[in-house]
Design a protein around this ligand. Structure first.
Ligand code: HEM
Ligand SMILES: *[C@@H]1O[C@H](CO)[C@@H](O)[C@H](O)[C@H]1NC(C)=O
Ligand SMILES: *[C@@H]1O[C@H](CO)[C@@H](O)[C@H](O)[C@H]1NC(C)=O
Ligand SMILES: *[C@@H]1O[C@H](CO)[C@@H](O)[C@H](O)[C@H]1NC(C)=O
Length: 495
């Protein structure tokens, strides 16, 4: 008798998993067969997620097909294959897709409850409150602060270039963006340019998901968030969390006791924390933990993405001296026209901007963008209905490498971003910052930081590929943000 129980107990999960993996088939959606336990997330220890998604995109793409089905572990994910569908998800039908479905745990891991992961009304409220921090007016106010860091950056690279044959430029650039965002978000001189072991740099490095275990944890939280929350699963290291909590607490205390205002990100967050004293209802105020989470996010989202863009841009310019000369000449010409490195001058460097955009195309730091389906959604011009259980994935990197939109996609060609060429493409062919109401809030800041950094570098230095760099580049499979394997070793020569 009990043998039947054992048999049933053994077969039930098997049956259940098979049923899960039949999800797309039952709905008549073209899909890739999922396999227990990883679904279609295979070989992530040896290949980057971008390479995997690109192959799956190529396998699924077919004329007129809007989406294809894949599985992350045992959960269905709809991969967008067509640009109008991408636009519907990100912009037109946003009300179905306002959440990202990331794992966060406000109770055990309070720094993860930030704008990137918050959902529904909470997200909407914060987004509208934080948006005024990122206007071009605010960028202009922060411009001198960023330029001052860039000048220090120029000097320390100059000192280093005299001493060393080859320089690992990725770490150098991350120190620049760490100092920029540390100054603008925390009002601190992080000083990681002078001291590579500065605490902010060390903690910033540790804050970023590295290694297979952390990636698996993130995906686990993504797929089984209630279970993960129940277990109190944290994704941030405790020392990282304690350090940033402490830094935010010190900054707020200092500013409140000394009545200091600096017109930066932190000032706005303090305003949101204290609320509007004239209002009766104070329920909208941020708690200290929520304030700290936003500051932490600005830091985490601000330095790695921007330094990555600059790293890849320098790599491509080092790989093609003709393009590098052209970019440098653009900086020199514009500086001559404007007289000095002003906000307007930096925005007038159109060829430099094309180079940065082409880097963002070829190497989007965030390789896929996700949306959670929050109510049943009928896909336009099809019979497919996406239900609440599933997520939509926009394969940014794969779209950026689709030869239908970018002929010879592996070629680095800044002229692709000449206005007349851009006008010929669907707007959704270039989405390194996502798009729609939930796109990157820091786009202006990230671009400003990259422009200023690149202009200062090209003006004073010539870059050549170091002996350790392989062409084409190898991508580090263990890093969530797109990143070259083994760093970026360049020959840096003063001009
Ligand atoms: C070149 C640099 C950057 C790149 C490539 C980048 C990319 C992205 C992407 C792809 C998203 C998701 C968009 C979507 O789902 O549609 C995002 C969201 C976000 N980014 Fe950035 N980012 C950059 C710089 C920054 C900076 C400098 C900051 C802040 C100072 C920042 C703050 C954020 C925030 C807060 C979100 C979440 C927005 C929301 O959910 O409402 N990013 N970013
Ligand atoms: C998506 O959102 C729904 C409802 O808002 C939520 O119940 C579900 O857990 C979310 N799913 C994922 C994978 O984030
Ligand atoms: C804030 O976070 C800390 C550290 O995780 C936690 O001990 C505390 O209970 C949180 N406070 C509130 C009000 O949630
Ligand atoms: C450099 O880029 C230009 C423009 O895209 C191209 O014509 C040229 O062949 C490239 N040179 C090398 C050495 O790759």
């Amino acid at each position: 008798m009990w043998i039947y129980f054992v048999l049933a107990a053994a077969l039930l999960p098997v049956y259940w998993f098979r049923d899960r993996y039949a999800y797309w088939q039952k709905r008549g959606v073209p899909h890739l067969p999922g396999r227990f336990p990883f679904g279609n997330l295979q070989n992530l220890n040896s290949q980057h997620l971008s390479a995997l998604a690109k192959r799956q995109y190529e396998q699924l793409k077919s004329p007129g097909r809007k989406l294809g089905g894949i599985f992350f572990f045992i959960n269905p994910v709809a991969m967008a294959l067509e640009l109008d569908f991408v636009r519907d998800v990100l912009i037109k039908d946003f009300q179905y897709f306002h959440d990202r479905g990331l794992y966060y745990n406000e109770k055990d891991d309070p720094l993860t409850a930030h704008l990137l992961s918050l959902e529904g009304a909470k997200w909407k409220y914060l987004r509208s409150k934080l948006t005024p921090t990122f206007t071009s007016g605010k960028m202009k106010m922060m411009f001198p602060t960023v330029t001052a860091v860039a000048e220090r950056f120029q000097q320390s690279l100059g000192a280093e270039a005299g001493k060393m044959q080859e320089i690992e430029i990725k770490d150098f650039l991350a120190r620049y963006t760490t100092d920029v965002i540390g100054t603008c978000a925390f009002g601190l001189e992080c000083n990681s340019l002078q001291d590579p072991q500065a605490k902010f740099r060390v903690m910033g490095r540790k804050a970023f998901p590295q290694g297979l275990l952390t990636l698996l944890k993130i995906f686990f939280g993504l797929m089984f968030r209630d279970v993960a929350r129940w277990f109190g699963m944290r994704v941030l290291n405790k020392d990282v969390s304690d350090f940033f909590m402490g830094a935010v607490r010190d900054t707020i205390e200092y500013r409140e006791t000394n009545n200091v205002r600096r017109n930066d990100f932190m000032d706005l967050l303090i305003e949101l924390k204290n609320g509007d004293p004239s209002q009766e209802d104070q329920s909208d105020r941020l708690t200290f933990n929520q304030t700290a989470a936003q500051a932490f996010l600005f830091f985490a989202a601000g330095f790695e993405t921007s330094s990555t863009v600059m790293t890849f841009c320098l790599f491509e310019l080092a790989n093609n001296q003709t393009l590098q000369d052209k970019a440098r000449q653009n900086v020199i010409d514009v500086l001559k026209k404007h007289g000095s490195m002003t906000y307007e001058a930096v925005h007038d460097m159109k060829y430099l901007e094309n180079c940065i955009h082409e880097s963002l195309r070829k190497y989007p730091p965030i390789v896929n963008v996700f949306r959670n389906v929050t109510k049943p959604y009928k896909v336009a011009d099809t019979d497919i209905v996406l239900d609440k259980r599933c997520q939509v994935m926009i394969p940014v990197h794969a779209i950026h490498h689709d030869p239908a939109y970018y002929p010879d996609p592996e070629r680095f060609d800044p002229d692709r971003f000449e206005p007349e060429q851009t006008a010929l493409r669907h707007p959704m062919t270039f989405i390194p910052f996502g798009d729609g109401p939930r796109s990157c809030i820091g786009l202006r800041f990230g671009m400003m930081q990259a422009r200023i950094g690149m202009a200062h570098l090209l003006l004073k230095f010539r870059f050549r590929l170091g002996a350790r760099v392989s062409v084409p580049l190898e991508i580090d499979p263990s890093s969530l943000v797109l990143s070259p394997k083994g760093g970026m070793w360049l020959n840096v020569e003063k001009i």
